[in-house]
Design a protein around this ligand. Structure first.
Ligand code: HEM
Length: 126
């Protein structure tokens, strides 16, 4: 129905959790992303599940625990180049394939993530 949030259309908490776990497995294997992430991605994945839940119209889990997301500011300690933004999106695209996230919600989510990823870029290409 048109009244579903993207979070609900995706399949709720279980589907989001599956998607994020696959995404960080891809990140851990990516040569451009791996060096800037912690060795253990459990806590990163936990925060990303909270963030994406609220980003997609579910409960405000991230803000309840961490306050305003201020995502661009929280990413400033890391050199986020255009190539790293593309790598991040590629990890997500492949995670959506594997988790079998289907259109139209897939297209909707990926478009919004593409916009956000480009907004995170804070370092020019070398
Ligand atoms: C945290 C990289 C895009 C959401 C992080 C961290 C890194 C990172 C290195 C720190 C991980 C940690 O210390 O646990 C990147 C890169 C991106 C990108 C290279 C490429 C553009 C995004 C996008 C989103 C996002 C598009 C949201 C849709 C988050 C969140 C956190 C995070 C919620 C946790 C913040 C916190 O510590 O509370 N990211 N990120 N990131 N990222 Fe990204």
């Amino acid at each position: 129905s048109d009244s579903l949030t993207p979070f609900e259309a995706l399949g709720g908490e279980d589907k989001l959790s599956e998607l994020v776990d696959i995404f960080y497995r891809n990140v851990s294997e990516d040569p451009l992303l791996h060096p800037i992430f912690p060795d253990h991605l459990g806590e990163t994945a936990r925060k990303q599940k909270q963030f994406l839940t609220q980003f997609l119209g579910g409960p405000a889990l991230y803000t309840e625990e961490h306050g305003h997301p201020m995502l661009r500011a929280r990413h400033m300690p890391f050199e986020i180049t255009p190539a790293r933004a593309e790598a991040w999106l590629s990890c997500m695209d492949r995670a959506m394939d594997e988790a079998e996230v289907e259109d139209p919600v897939r297209e909707h989510i990926f478009t919004r993530l593409s916009y956000t990823a480009k907004h995170m870029v804070n370092t020019p290409e070398e």
